[in-house]
Design a protein around this ligand. Structure first.
Ligand SMILES: Cc1cc2nc3c(=O)[nH]c(=O)nc-3n(C[C@H](O)[C@H](O)[C@H](O)COP(=O)(O)OP(=O)(O)OC[C@H]3O[C@@H](n4cnc5c(N)ncnc54)[C@H](O)[C@@H]3O)c2cc1C
Length: 487
């Protein structure tokens, strides 16, 4: 079997390794770093990521270790402008799971070890060749020892400064935001909201964001005027206190900082995620504003999207063309995430007093509408991610509100779609002799367990990652769809 070489054991490389391992694919995963990050970096695991983790039966340890955030408040001065609650969204996980990235990586690493795979640490990818037949990768250990590894596929999960992306010469287009930002993970007293709610304060000087990490511990984010230094300066605890006093409601006291950092926002993305036998995922493919905590989640979902396709190709079940859907699907999502996070950042950091006033009035009006609240919550939690223009989309039943490419919400008390050890499509249909024949004919691709029909006489075919592939009123279009995928 062809080996998949994963470069980078951050949250994205680890997610991909776990998915491929559960599908029985031979995996090597390397990382230059001697140990995983000890920083909290990405703090939120959103609902859609939890649903996708659940397919491998992996969400429980994360839920046990994390803290549930249930709502976000927008506040301008003393006035509550909006309150977006997550409890109405249709998912088994109606919350943002607050969990430091160091913990997320620890739990993913533990899961990977349960498949008998260890991260090869202090191993660096130096260079590689990418031919239609395979990859030759030059790896170097900390002692200088070099190895040339032949692999079937190379997965670049090596972060924002990706060696894989640089070696491919893939343009990483976009820009760096001029403002400096302050990040502080601190202990704090006097938080005015329930500990399960985040607060975004729009102040005339800029934005102040307070996220609960767990009771008594918070992440504080704020934009600052550009310092004009080469690197953004590391803030002091006094600076954090001053920002809270100026932009917050007052009465909050910070102490015992856990992590203080300065950063600048880059919005950059590649347009091609697939380069022959090489793929880019996570920060190697896209970086953007941390507003909305989308970065790590988007990267992990790149991994969920690619893993089942690659596993079916490596197992020799599907044609290699299946992999061509990775770029249009995930690059499309990346573009939307860049736009969404950029927009939230721009809105929060408006400086013009007239624009600020207009923003506050408009936001108050819009966020009082339940439909706007729902849309915002679905975007934030990434439940809105869909692939409406995917080349993988097949036929659609006329009048059916569920269109190909849409997420099919998991149903409580049913095994999640794609939960087996081989990636398989799920069929929602009544059992008829024709349906029984279809299951037999495509046993390599179809889950043998039928799901209840979504509507009378309708058949819905759902991908292993829980998005609708096609719908029809007979088995013929479903069979044609599956035949096209088979090798
Ligand atoms: C200060 C800060 C705050 C953040 N806050 C948030 C947040 O609130 N929400 C959010 O969603 N995101 C946040 N992020 C971003 C989030 O951390 C990233 O999106 C996430 O880490 C991306 O994961 P990744 O696996 O793609 O890359 P990384 O986590 O960067 O992992 C890449 C790995 O590749 C390894 N590597 C690199 N080159 C090589 C090579 N040549 N050979 C072998 N190994 C290599 C590195 O050692 C590293 O371990 C934050 C980031 C920072 C820095």
């Amino acid at each position: 079997m062809q080996t998949a070489l994963i470069v980078g054991a951050g949250p994205v490389g680890l997610t991909l390794a776990c998915e491929l391992a559960r599908y029985g694919i031979s995996v090597r995963i390397i990382d230059t770093a001697a140990q995983r990050t000890d920083k909290s970096k990405a703090l939120i695991i959103w609902s859609r990521t939890l649903e996708l983790l659940d397919r491998g039966g992996a969400s429980a340890p994360f839920i046990d270790a994390g803290f549930k955030a249930l709502a976000v408040n927008m506040i301008a001065g003393e006035k509550a402008v909006g309150h977006v609650s997550l409890h109405n969204i249709q998912t088994p996980y109606p919350f943002g799971l607050m969990l430091p990235q160091s913990e997320t990586e620890r739990l993913l690493d533990l899961r990977l070890q349960s498949f008998g795979i260890s991260i090869e640490r202090q191993v660096e990818l130096l260079s590689f060749t990418n031919s239609p037949h395979g990859i030759e990768a030059v790896l170097q250990r900390a002692d200088g020892h070099q190895e040339t590894l032949s692999a079937g596929w190379l997965l670049g999960c090596d972060g924002a400064h990706s060696t894989v992306r640089h070696s491919l010469g893939a343009p990483f287009t976009g820009e760096t935001n001029k403002s400096d930002w302050l990040l502080a993970d601190v202990h704090m007293t006097g938080y005015r909201r329930p500990d399960s709610e985040a607060s975004i304060h729009w102040h005339r000087d800029g934005v102040l964001v307070i996220f609960p990490i767990c009771p008594g511990r918070y992440r504080v984010l704020a934009d600052l005027p550009p310092a004009g230094t080469e690197r953004p300066p590391t803030p002091t605890l006094e600076q954090v206190q001053t920002i809270l006093d100026t932009r917050g409601p007052g009465g909050q006291n910070v102490f015992d900082p856990i992590w203080l950092a300065g950063f600048r926002i880059n919005g950059r993305k590649v347009s091609e995620y697939r380069w022959g036998r090489v793929f880019l995922l996570g920060d190697a493919a896209h970086i953007h504003s941390p507003a909305g905590g989308q970065g790590m989640n988007t990267g992990m979902q790149d991994a969920f999207n690619l893993a089942w396709k690659l596993a079916l190709v490596i197992r020799g079940v599907c044609k290699e063309e299946l992999l061509n859907s990775y770029t249009p699907e995930r690059s499309g999502v990346g573009d939307k995430v860049l736009k969404f996070t950029g927009r939230i950042t721009t809105i929060g950091t408006l400086r013009n007093p007239i624009a600020q006033k207009l923003r506050n009035t408009l936001a108050h009006f819009l966020l009082s509408k339940s439909l706007v609240q729902k849309r915002f919550a679905e975007n934030l939690t990434e439940l809105a991610v869909a692939y409406p223009c995917s080349p993988l989309n097949g036929s659609s039943l006329s009048g059916d509100s569920l269109k190909p490419g849409a997420r099919v919400a998991p149903v409580a008390r049913q095994a999640p779609i794609g939960s087996g050890s081989i990636p398989r499509f799920a069929l929602f249909a009544e059992r008829t002799p024709q349906v029984a024949d279809l299951l037999k004919q495509f046993e390599e691709l179809l889950d043998p367990n039928l799901r209840p029909a979504m509507s009378a006489k309708a058949l819905h075919l759902v991908r292993p990652d829980g998005y609708l592939a096609c719908s029809a009123s007979s088995t013929t279009p479903i069979g044609n769809y599956l035949s096209k995928l088979l090798k």
